[in-house]
Design a protein around this ligand. Structure first.
Ligand code: BG6
Length: 514
């Protein structure tokens, strides 16, 4: 996500073509869902945009022996199924020109010697020595794979041969396991070699929060506790748990969404302006604000949260069964499919400004947004106007599906008397920019190749995130079924979440009028 002409990693991009340096792209889990649905289509889109290195090889690592030509055909099939754009056979031919498969399994350490020999052979024949290891595998495999890579020396950087490790959330399942994972990885590689992907940072609208805040002069002076009443972060989905029962019942809404996706949004909205637009400065400011989230006691956490579980209903136009009847879900499960939290940030900018976060499955609508509610104007001038009509001063950053920004403010209704009503001013991306359909992974993968970590989570932020949610995890675990609210699929979540706001004299923002 480098700013034109100001990249801190400019030496790794060809300034004329913007192509990254040559590299071997090694995919562990190449036959899995993530590789097929997102990584390969994203590589295709980068190839179409001319943004892959001039010399580029894909090495697919499989757990059982597979011929390179079988892998080639497999990747072609996944592209046909998941490409976001019309596939041009000429581009595919070039992209897959250099695909090879190799078998390596941490259960058979010697297979990693084979992988090393394979990469050395590619290095000798093509001169490509930079290697990116994309671990598109379940989290339990992060450590064993990295350890084997480390053992055979594949993670050691040399001049002209960088080594990068890409992993995807979850980065641990609580504070302790996140610390352990960081510790294990950092024994093998340096922080600058790790790219922890949170796919929310691949979204244009999320990246735009930085630009919106810091490339415009008018927001910063009012972006603080003097002017902002509170902030709401909503990520609601119509999707139910479906076939992900076994993963979800061991995870729940809080772990699945909050310390990662929602906290990325929170960090971008609440961070201090970085002094430079580079990975170190931006990530340090994000880490600082996450570390400033007040750590609640378990009793406070119970008071400041709501967890819910859906029962049957209609969401996203489809009949949804009770969460507890979902395949691979414990029929007595107390795992939450909805979570709402009230957090505060203990620093000079935000002291006293609550951040309300909510996320849930099987809800009324797909809606991801950050709504910043400004303080009310003094009402004395407008005593005769209904208060509710005056109360909607919001600045809303729409992430999905509305991509854009909405400003809600009060205006005079035309006519002889002073009647006031709330109106909306909207900016929508699609009205200004025509972007080719993408997977959301293109920028992330490109950034891994050019060595720009700005959009990736650093160890300290990951741990700060878990630290803030840990009291909620602990308190909910102890409470068991007590306090688990029920909501019907296709609604806005449990009414208790409205109560969380109401008791502070506030309410969740209603969706945009379209
Ligand atoms: C994933 C979660 O990380 O994010 C899923 O595991 C969730 O449960 C998804 O559905 C939401 O992503 P998005 O981009 O659709 O908001």
């Amino acid at each position: 996500m480098n700013i034109e002409g100001r990249s801190m990693v400019a030496d790794q991009i060809d300034p004329k073509t913007r192509k990254p340096e040559p590299c071997v792209f090694v995919i562990f889990g190449v036959t899995g869902d993530l590789a097929h649905r997102l990584v390969i289509p994203a590589l295709y889109n980068l190839a179409e945009g001319g943004l892959l290195p001039e010399k580029f090889c894909v090495v697919g690592v499989t757990r059982t022996e597979m011929q390179s030509k079988t892998l080639h055909a497999d990747l072609q099939k996944s592209l046909d199924q998941f490409a976001t754009r019309k596939v041009n056979p000429e581009i595919t031919r070039k992209l897959f020109d250099c695909v090879t498969s190799i078998h390596a399994d941490p259960g058979d350490p010697s297979s990693f010697d084979g992988l090393k020999a394979h990469l050395e052979k590619i290095g000798t024949s093509s001169g490509v020595k930079n290697c990116l290891f994309y671990l598109a595998v379940p989290p339990a495999a992060f450590k064993p794979i990295s350890e084997q890579l480390g053992r055979v020396g594949l993670l050691t950087e040399q001049p002209g041969a960088w080594r990068r490790l890409v992993i995807e959330k979850p980065f641990g399942t609580d504070l302790k396991s996140a610390r352990e994972l960081n510790h294990d990885l950092l024994k093998l590689v340096d922080e600058h070699q790790i790219y922890r992907i949170d796919h929310y940072l691949g979204k244009e609208t999320v990246q735009n929060i930085l630009v919106l805040r810091f490339a415009n002069g008018m927001f910063e002076p009012i972006w603080n506790r003097n002017h902002i009443d509170h902030v709401q972060i909503t990520v609601s989905e119509t999707l139910d748990v479906g076939r992900r029962g076994s993963f979800y019942d061991a995870t729940g809404a809080l772990r699945d969404m909050v310390p990662n996706h929602l906290f990325q949004l929170l960090a971008l909205v609440a961070m201090e302006p970085p002094s430079r637009f580079d990975a170190h400065s931006v990530r340090s400011e994000k880490g600082e604000v996450l570390a400033a989230i007040q750590i609640q006691t378990e009793a406070e956490a119970l008071k400041n949260s709501v967890r819910g579980q859906y029962v049957d209903g209609i969401a996203g136009g489809k009949e949804v069964i009770d969460y507890r009847k979902t395949p691979d879900v414990d029929p007595n499960s107390v795992v939450e499919t909805f979570a709402a939290l009230k957090l505060t940030i203990d620093n000079w900018r935000w002291a006293g400004v609550p951040f309300y976060l909510r996320t849930g499955k099987a809800m009324t609508s797909k809606r991801t947004e950050v709504a910043i509610r400004f303080k009310r104007a003094p009402f004395s001038m407008f005593r005769t106007t209904e208060v509710e009509r005056l109360s909607r001063n919001y600045f809303v950053i729409g992430i999905e599906p509305t991509e854009g920004v909405t400003l809600q403010f009060n205006t005079k209704v035309p006519g002889p008397s002073v009647t006031i009503d709330g109106v909306e001013m909207k900016f929508k991306y699609k009205d200004y920019f025509k972007a080719a359909p993408s997977t959301g992974y293109e920028t992330l993968i490109y950034d891994c190749m050019i060595g720009d970590n700005i959009l990736f989570q650093r160890a300290d932020s990951v741990e700060a995130g878990w630290q803030a949610v840990q009291p909620f995890l602990d308190a909910w675990k102890k409470a068991g079924a007590n306090g688990l609210a029920i909501y019907r699929a296709g609604t806005n979540g449990p009414t208790e979440a409205d109560e969380l706001m109401r008791r502070d004299g506030r309410s969740w923002r209603a969706p945009d009028r379209e």
